[in-house]
Every structure is written in structure tokens, then in C-alpha cells.
Design a protein around this ligand. Structure first.
Ligand code: GAP
Length: 516
């Protein structure tokens, strides 16, 4: 198993063992691509949402919040284009009966070609040592040049076929590249068909098409249909934004990679309404602003990158992803889309209700343009955890003989901010004192009291759930009312008066620090 695969396996096991994420309905063998958040998972997820909400709504005078229903009038999804165009190209293998996304099969082929390029580069790096010039090697090594050309040709062909929704062309490409079922090696494929990703359900006692409802596949449409309600009731002037966090549902054909691609997930979306013609300026602004939001958490810049879309969604005239390097490679974490006036105009046409803004400076009415930022909360959760989970030698242990699993989460996002631990669990005086400190601190931030093991074991458990500070109550505490505060990453302990613990920890875990 590759190192990356092992890391990913470890991460999923850690999430379960320490109460972050469970498979949904596990006692019935689970439900594919649906997950539940455990006690620490829900705290971390809420903190991610709070960080996003504050950055968007609290920090911008011209962005307001909204919380729409999941069910919307079915015409919403006709106007938005989802009924006609929210499809993935699906292909079945006739022998294995397995179902795949045709575009992902081609992407898998490209990943293999990329793997060959990376392998050649690594070999050459070892051979040439310090004198190795990678850009020159990529341009001049005959074999590598061939691979690079092949990768680029397939990439462009795929983008073109996807943009034109050419299903026959996709099937021909799969045949031409001799792509086989990744599980069985069979090349006995069906034709490629479109598969709509929206889940449907039924309204009350109305049967058939008339009562058909959709579970929203994005939160954005609730914002569009409420655009005038919000603008009028908050008296916002353009440019202004509406932010929303909420569940979205997609019947993904292939749901893999843990919480990366789920069928029920949560989005954090913001639609920024602007004057037509200014969209590229705002698109650039939101690209930069969102990248800063990620970097402010301490994520190394080399783990994040922009990736322009090869084929644009039906509503966009420019679109970029912020990609994160997950254990399975660089993948989309957030999308920033210039959606033009597509959505508002479509809703206006289908509903017959005006969705226009009167611009007092221009003295005219128009349908605003929109730049959207859209990030999956669960994907952000996975990105954060996959960067934070580290197995390391315990600092100071001889020859690194003791290792620990530690979640090096930003303190402002950590589920539990501070654990209060008595040095010995059988000493009544220590237990009583530790409990009284805990009972004070719990009013200020999420805290935990624990006396269920030796102090070493208690520290390891807090490391594993990412608690940035452990307050230890020892015999000196009983003499002079001081405790030690142990910092998770360095494991350095400082002795402070009990009366100062709340202020010290409170300041260090405060989200304000990130914004300032
Ligand atoms: N309103 C625009 C929109 O929904 P998208 O690129 O389809 O755009 C936005 O989705 C974000 O939602 C993605 O960048 C990703 O983080 C998250 N997302 C999309 N599908 C997902 C899924 N099946 N599971 C988890 N997150 C998903």
C-alpha cells in the first residue's frame, strides 16, 4: 500500500476511534457515502462553520446571512438548469455490473500517465542529484515529452467532449484509450448515458409528477429566489452579498474517498451581487480573499493551489477551484464562479416576477451579476484533518521510542480548548481541586475533565483529539494555587496561578486572533 493510502486509512480509522465521524446506520452495514459526525466531529465542524460565517458575514458590512428551506418549489430547479443539465456521464461495465463516471475513468487514465511522468522525474532526480534541472528535463527527455503530450491531448479532448456533452465521443475516447474496469480489467462497456444527480421525493398526498420535489443540490438557489426580499429588507446597495450554510444532496454515481464525495453534505455559499461589467474585478477579489481565508489557518501555501475550470458549468463565464493536496492528491476544495445574471434572469423569466435592482447612481434598473464562493464544509473538515493528523516521536523520548498521534489543529478550531487533569486520580484533594477549576472554565470555552487514566495516557488522548491546552493539577497546586498549562505541539509546560488560566487559554484559542 502506498504511503498516501496508508495515511488516508489511518485518518479514517482515527476519525472513528476518537469520535469524529461514523458511517451512517453502521449497525445495518452503513449507507454508502453518508456519514454521521460524532461528539468531537460536530464541535470541529461547528467551529469551521463559525470561522467561515464570521469571515463572511461579521467581517463584511455588506454581506448578510440567510437560512432557506431545503425543499423549494420544483420550478426553481427548472429555472436554474439543474433539471436539464445537472448530469454526470454514466457508464456501466457489462461484465462486472459496476457503474462509473465516464469522465472519471478518463481522469484515472490521465493520473496514470502523470504517475509515469512523476516516476521518470524521481529517477532522474536521484541520478543527477543537485545538478538536476526539472523544467529542462520535462522539455527534453524523449519519453517524458511523449507522456506530457499524451496527457495534454487527453485533457483537452475530455474538456471539449464534456463542454459539448458529447456522450458518443466520450465512449469512443474510453475505447480508444483501452480503458478497463479498474476493479476487474474488463473492457466490455455500455454506451455513456446522462444521469441526473438530484434526489427526488414526493410532496404530501399528491402523487406523480405534480407532487415531485427535489432535495436541493446546492444552497445557492435559495439565495437567488430571496434576492429581492433580502435587498429590500436590509436596504443593501450593490455590491452586496448573501451567505448561507446548509445541507445539499447529490446522488453521486461514484462516491469514494470518505467524506470527500458524499450524497448528503453541507455547503457554505455566498452570492455576491454586483453591477454588470464589474464581474472580473470582483472575481479576482474573491479569489484572493478566499485563498487568504485558507492560509490564515496556517495551512502551508504549497498545499493549496488555483485550478481554472477546463469546462464551465452551464451558469458560469469564469470559474476556478481552490484545490487542496488531500492524501489522494490535489482535489477541489472550493469553487469561485462568475455566474453572470444567469440565475436571476432565469428565475425572473419562469416566475414572471421582476428580480431587478434600481441603481440610484446610474438611475436605472438591471438584473445584477453574481460572483459566488462555494465551499463544502465536509471537504474543509477533511482537508483540515488530513493536514493536522501527525504521528511523531514524543519530543524528548529516547531515540524516538515513544510515538504519539497528535491532531495539530488551529486552537481556534479545536473541538475541546482545554482539559483539566488531576496528576493522580486516587488523590481526593487533587480530584476535588481539578473539578472545581473545570467547573469554572466550562463557562468560557469547551473544556473536559478527565481522571480515567495515568497522566501520560490522559495527555495522549487529548493530543489525539487536538486539545491545545492541558491544565494539570498537582501537589504544588494544593500548596500555592498554581497549575501547569501544557501546550499540545511543543509539550512545554508553564506554571501559572489558577486565577490566570481562563484569561491565558481564552486569549490563545480566540478566533479574533485569526481575523486580526
Ligand atoms: N453553487 C455552486 C456549487 O454547488 P460545486 O462546485 O458543485 O458548486 C461547491 O460545489 C463545493 O461543494 C465543492 O467545491 C465541494 O467543496 C462541495 N461539494 C460538492 N459536491 C460534494 C459532495 N458530493 N460531497 C461533499 N462536498 C461536495
Amino acid at each position: 500500500m502506498s504511503q498516501q493510502n496508508e495515511l488516508f486509512k489511518k485518518l479514517t480509522a482515527h476519525c472513528k476511534e476518537y469520535g469524529f465521524i461514523y458511517q451512517s446506520s453502521e449497525i445495518y452495514d452503513g449507507l454508502s457515502a453518508v456519514y454521521d459526525y460524532g461528539p468531537y466531529g460536530v464541535l470541529l465542524k461547528n467551529n469551521i462553520k463559525e470561522y467561515w460565517w464570521k469571515a463572511m458575514v461579521q467581517m463584511h458590512e455588506n454581506i448578510v446571512g440567510l437560512d432557506c428551506a431545503i425543499f423549494m418549489h420544483p420550478k426553481t430547479w427548472v429555472a436554474s438548469g439543474h433539471v436539464d443539465a445537472f448530469n454526470d456521464p454514466l457508464i456501466d461495465n457489462k461484465d462486472s455490473k459496476r457503474r462509473y463516471r465516464a469522465d472519471q475513468l478518463v481522469e484515472g487514465y490521465m493520473e496514470k500517465v502523470q504517475g509515469k511522468i512523476d516516476k521518470e522525474v524521481e529517477k532522474a532526480r536521484k541520478r543527477f542529484g543537485d545538478t538536476f534541472d526539472e523544467p529542462m528535463f520535462l522539455k527534453t527527455n524523449e519519453r517524458v515529452v511523449k507522456y506530457v503530450e499524451e496527457h495534454e491531448t487527453v485533457r483537452l479532448r475530455l474538456a471539449d467532449l464534456m463542454t459539448r456533452k458529447d456522450l458518443e465521443g466520450l465512449k469512443n475516447l474510453i475505447d480508444a484509450l483501452e480503458i478497463a474496469d479498474p476493479e476487474t480489467g474488463s473492457r466490455n462497456w455500455t454506451e455513456v448515458r446522462q444521469f441526473n444527480l438530484m434526489f427526488t421525493t414526493q410532496l404530501g398526498n399528491i402523487s406523480g409528477e405534480e407532487g415531485k420535489l427535489y432535495l436541493r443540490p446546492e444552497t445557492a438557489q435559495g439565495i437567488f429566489v430571496n434576492f429581492l426580499n433580502v435587498q429590500k429588507t436590509t436596504r443593501q446597495k450593490l455590491p452586496f452579498g448573501i451567505a448561507q450554510i446548509g445541507k445539499a444532496f447529490r446522488n453521486e454515481i461514484v462516491a469514494r474517498q470518505f467524506i470527500f464525495r458524499m450524497r448528503e453534505f453541507e455547503q457554505m455559499e455566498m452570492q455576491f451581487f454586483i453591477r454588470p461589467g464589474t464581474e472580473m474585478e470582483w472575481y479576482k477579489y474573491w479569489k484572493e480573499t478566499r485563498m487568504k481565508w485558507h492560509l490564515a489557518l496556517g495551512t502551508p501555501a504549497e498545499k493549496l493551489r488555483f485550478h481554472d475550470h477546463d469546462n464551465l458549468a452551464h451558469y458560469a463565464n469564469a470559474a476556478v477551484d481552490i484545490e487542496f493536496e488531500f492524501p489522494f492528491g490535489f482535489k477541489e476544495l472550493e469553487g469561485i464562479h462568475s455566474r453572470t445574471d444567469f440565475d436571476l434572469t432565469s428565475h425572473q423569466e419562469l416566475s414572471g416576477k421582476k428580480l431587478q435592482y434600481f441603481d440610484p447612481e446610474l438611475n436605472e434598473n438591471y438584473v445584477p451579476f453574481v460572483v459566488e464562493t462555494s465551499i463544502g464544509c465536509d471537504r474543509m473538515f477533511l482537508a483540515i484533518l488530513s493536514h493536522a493528523l501527525i504521528e511523531e516521536a514524543v519530543p524528548g523520548s529516547e531515540d524516538g521510542e515513544n510515538t504519539r498521534d497528535v491532531l495539530k489543529l488551529h486552537p481556534a478550531l479545536a473541538p475541546i480548548k482545554c482539559a483539566v487533569l488531576p496528576l493522580k486520580r486516587n488523590e481526593d484533594a487533587l480530584v476535588e481541586k481539578a473539578r472545581s477549576i473545570f467547573n469554572e472554565l466550562k463557562f468560557s470555552f469547551p473544556c473536559q475533565y478527565d481522571d480515567t487514566g495515568s497522566i501520560g495516557k490522559l495527555y495522549r488522548r487529548q493530543d489525539a483529539i487536538g486539545t491545545p491546552y492541558c491544565v494539570t493539577v498537582d501537589f504544588e497546586t494544593l500548596e500555592n494555587n498554581t497549575v501547569t498549562i501544557r501546550e499540545r505541539d511543543s509539550m512545554v509546560q508553564e506554571r501559572v496561578p489558577v486565577s490566570r488560566v481562563e484569561q491565558i487559554v481564552g486569549e490563545r484559542v480566540d478566533m479574533r486572533k485569526i481575523f486580526k
